[in-house]
Design a binder for this molecule. Structure first.
Ligand SMILES: CC(=O)N[C@H]1[C@@H](OP(=O)(O)OP(=O)(O)OC[C@H]2O[C@@H](n3ccc(=O)[nH]c3=O)[C@H](O)[C@@H]2O)O[C@H](CO)[C@@H](O)[C@@H]1O[C@H](C)C(=O)N[C@@H](C)C(=O)N[C@H](CCC(=O)O)C(=O)O
Ligand SMILES: Nc1ncnc2c1ncn2[C@@H]1O[C@H](COP(=O)(O)OP(=O)(O)OP(=O)(O)O)[C@@H](O)[C@H]1O
Length: 567
């Protein structure tokens, strides 16, 4: 186990780390508003930083943090055994840290300094890649992939940090967290710099802001998608959730803010940014008519269905216009695509140059792993990550075509998590789909049949109360449910497999079982003699260099179709 952690950690490091003595580091941090205490030899060289004892590399500063379950100082001996050069901790951890015999730096609030210390160790500023950060409840992953695709089309060497993977030149690391801890982030920035990466798109989760994982990074552009109820277990209230997200848009953190003002939270964020930083570095974006978009700097207009996706125009100040199109299904992907275009424009790219790549390279038609990922077109078959009732409703509506075809949705609810959403998701599916196949998601420690029963109850109640004609089927395990959906589908129908997106394992009673909805759907379609789109759907990110499912520019609608016999 130890070896795995340490091996994995190497991917987060520059190949040629710079060495600083502790004395130099302390000197460079002199302006930080921290009360330091130091014991030991300040001549030792530090080449990296790590806050997980299991992943420590020789020469690291081991940062021993207090956590919800343990104090990092409990693992100081392990860090020392792995070659830590010194330890940074708080007064609680100091005794255990000093017991290792290593030099120990003590600060009053270590979480507050991890970012700055990591930045100094890896030399992140001033030559880190230009960062384009995206936050919001939904759409972060999709928007970062679109930003990266646009930058690549413009000829920039790019990196990516997010829920699915981290890409730094030739290095691709499957993600554990949406936004990694500060030492890993700064290590990755140094690695990107070595790889000559000029710009990176990055998801910034509210957890990462709350835990100060992104401290010490600044953004050329910060983008906001939307805010809806989520993560209240961490934040306690929407107000707190909002305030945490808003930190990304603070003066000094983001040079330019691009804020979607479709919801009231976005409008408030824009007003607050305007009040603190003025209007020059704020770009507001309205993507729906429903929003009070008349005052927005940029509006999405002339949205037209094109294939599975949409063409649209961005209309801006002084008659500025950009034409764009995305092959990603769903109205919400117009919002994601519009935000991505504006973020890239706001980063300083000339409008004419951006229009040229939008026209010539179709950069907004990409495959985002597990997000509205099109596997086949007859029947249409889509895998999506929607795992709450709002997203499920939007996803079902997004795949409903103009014709007579039915929507067959396959989904389940997660065990050991918010049980109240189960009947709600069942009802939403019954209301919006024509056929509902209820199956398992990650049951975790719960009995799967019980979870299905709660989802089914919501569906059947809605059908009875609202006089719906929806057909409801229960099928498990999930692979069998996907096969059932394929069996039921006629060529004009659409199958939506929702909830697990890019995930490649299903956790049942503490055991991870290989399961990839994209792979299962492809195999089921092929077995049923249906065509599937050529592509690498189902490849696990990080395993297959450039050919992985990640950000590979693909044409979902109208892509080459194959009579494949292999999943
Ligand atoms: C709620 C949360 O974010 N918790 C984070 C927190 O855990 P914790 O406070 O419980 O830490 P702990 O287990 O008590 O350990 C204390 C310290 O000892 C260290 N330790 C622990 C064990 C050991 O053997 N050796 C060792 O050094 C740990 O690295 C830690 O620094 O500090 C840990 C170490 O950095 C994180 O890994 C952990 O993230 C957990 C895994 C997590 O699941 N976080 C999720 C909720 C999260 O951050 N999600 C957001 C996205 C959310 C979304 O938008 O959907 C994300 O950015 O990924
Ligand atoms: N702009 C949007 N508004 C509402 N829903 C969206 C939007 N973009 C995507 N979705 C839905 O949310 C799901 C997750 O999308 P995506 O992964 O891009 O968002 P995210 O913010 O990264 O979410 P997560 O943190 O859960 O990964 C998609 O599968 C889709 O169903």
């Amino acid at each position: 186990m130890d070896v795995d952690h340490r091996e994995a950690e190497r991917a987060f490091r520059p190949a040629h780390p710079r060495a600083s003595s502790l004395a130099e580091l302390i000197g460079r941090l002199a302006d930080a508003d921290v009360v330091w205490d130091f014991v030991g030899d300040d001549d030792v060289a530090v080449t990296g930083a790590c806050l997980d004892s299991r992943a420590v590399q020789p020469g690291d500063l081991y940062i021993a943090l207090p956590g919800a379950r343990a104090h990092g100082a409990d693992f100081a001996e392990q860090a020392a055994a792995h070659g830590a050069a010194a330890i940074l901790t708080d007064t609680d951890g100091r005794g255990r840290a000093e017991a290792t015999g290593l030099p120990v730096l003590t600060a009053d609030s270590v979480r507050d300094v991890v970012g700055r210390v990591s930045a100094e160790i890896y030399g992140t500023e001033p030559d880190a890649p230009e960062l384009l950060g995206v936050t919001g409840t939904n759409g972060k992953t999709t928007t970062t992939y679109l930003v990266r695709s646009l930058l690549r089309a413009l000829g920039r060497t790019t990196g990516l940090v997010g829920t699915i993977e981290i890409v730094a030149g030739e290095t691709r690391i499957p993600s554990v967290l949406t936004t990694p801890e500060a030492p890993q982030l700064h290590g990755i920035m140094a690695r990107m710099r070595e790889a000559g990466i000029g710009a990176a798109a990055m998801e910034v989760s509210s957890h990462s802001l709350d835990y100060r994982r992104v401290a010490g990074l600044t953004y050329r552009v910060a983008g906001f998608t939307n805010l809806t109820q989520d993560h209240l277990d961490l934040h306690g209230s929407m107000e707190d959730y909002y305030s945490t997200k808003a930190e990304l848009f603070a003066p000094g953190t983001a040079a330019v803010a691009v804020v979607t003002v479709d919801d009231a939270w976005g409008r408030r964020l824009a007003a607050e940014r305007r009040a603190t930083c003025g209007s020059e570095t704020l770009w507001t974006l309205a993507t729906t008519d429903a929003a009070d978009g008349d005052d927005a700097d940029w509006r999405v207009e002339h949205v037209e269905r094109r294939g599975l996706g949409h063409a649209f125009e961005l209309v801006g100040p002084a008659g500025a216009r950009l034409r764009a199109a995305t092959g990603l299904p769903g109205g919400f992907n117009v919002a994601n695509a519009a935000l991505a275009v504006l973020m890239v424009l706001a980063s300083g790219v000339e409008a004419a140059e951006l229009q040229r790549v939008l026209d010539d390279a179709d950069p907004l038609t990409i495959e985002v792993p597990g997000r509205m990922q099109v596997i086949a077109t007859e029947p249409a078959a889509v895998v999506d990550f929607a795992h709450n009732s709002d997203a499920l409703e939007r996803a079902i509506e997004a795949v409903r075509g103009d014709g007579s075809g039915r929507v067959i949705v396959v989904f389940g609810a997660t065990g050991d998590r918010d049980a109240t959403k189960r009947p709600v998701m069942g009802a939403v599916a019954a209301r919006h789909a024509d056929v509902v196949v209820v199956t398992d998601d990650d049951p975790h420690g719960e009995e799967p049949a019980g979870i299905r029963a709660e989802v089914l109850a919501g569906a059947t109640e809605a059908i009875a109360a609202e006089g719906l004609a929806t057909e409801v089927v229960e099928a498990a395990p999930r692979a069998a449910a996907i096969r059932e959906a394929v069996r039921l589908a006629r060529p004009e129908d659409t199958i939506l497999v929702a909830g697990r997106g890019h995930e490649t394992v299903q956790e049942i009673a503490g055991v991870n079982h290989a399961l990839d909805d994209r792979v299962e759907l492809r195999s089921a379609l092929v077995e049923a003699g249906r065509s599937v789109l050529a592509g690498d759907q189902g490849a696990a990110p990080g395993r297959d260099a450039e050919a992985s499912a990640t950000g590979v520019e693909k044409q979902p609608a109208g892509a080459e179709r194959v009579e494949s016999t292999e999943p």
